[in-house]
Write a protein that binds this ligand. Structure first.
Ligand SMILES: Cc1cc2nc3c(=O)[nH]c(=O)nc-3n(C[C@H](O)[C@H](O)[C@H](O)COP(=O)(O)O)c2cc1C
Length: 174
């Protein structure tokens, strides 16, 4: 499902099992570092991407509740693993398994965030895609975006409770 105005080519990009897509952001999620693999996959130059919000590569198939879970977790000072579908500048897409971590200063204050992404297994992508379609449908089923996002978030929480596993293990069981 796509939002009007966001061009999607339908072409998937992949990257090597030995490659890592790296970016760092400030505490607001603005990109302060991106490595070569990031630039190649996202299709942006360094100049185009620096100081831009990370949502510059947001794909419209991604449910908002996944990013809520991401931000709630890292702002609480914890790490998170998440499957993410990203959109390249030209409308292509690519799946990643992201590991996002906060960086602290000496006093324990969060000063930035760091994300390392590896190429996910195909079976995991298929499962994440099905789950995200379900969550997006819940989100889009509400006129109010915030209410829809909360409903989808509760659906994830219920799934985790049903499976009896913490989010990280849930991610790895996909
Ligand atoms: C370190 C870090 C890495 C992130 N990586 C991505 C990413 O690869 N793709 C993405 O869509 N959002 C990523 N985000 C989340 C974005 O900040 C944002 O919450 C998301 O794109 C949803 O944007 P929206 O709230 O404007 O819809 C990242 C955030 C942080 C802190």
């Amino acid at each position: 499902m796509s939002r009007p105005g966001v061009y999607l080519s339908g072409v998937e990009r992949t990257f090597g099992a030995d490659e890592i897509i790296v970016s760092k952001t400030d505490t607001k999620g603005r990109i302060i570092y991106a490595n070569e693999v990031f630039l190649r996959m996202a299709g942006f130059s360094e100049g185009e991407i620096l100081n831009q919000p990370h949502s510059i590569i947001r794909h419209p198939d991604m449910p908002r509740c996944v990013f809520k879970l991401l931000w709630d977790t890292i702002e609480a000072g914890k790490e998170i693993f998440a499957y993410v579908k990203n959109r390249s500048k030209n409308g292509d897409h690519y799946w990643v398994l992201a590991h996002v971590t906060p960086t602290f200063d000496k006093s324990g204050k969060i000063v930035s965030y760091h994300s390392n992404r590896r190429s996910p297994r195909r079976e995991a992508v298929a499962k994440a895609e099905a789950l995200y379609q379900e969550l997006l449908a819940i989100e889009n089923g509400h006129a109010d975006r915030k209410v829809g996002m909360e409903a989808a978030f509760q659906a994830v929480v219920a799934k985790l409770q049903g499976a009896g596993v913490p989010y990280d293990e849930f991610v790895f069981s996909l």
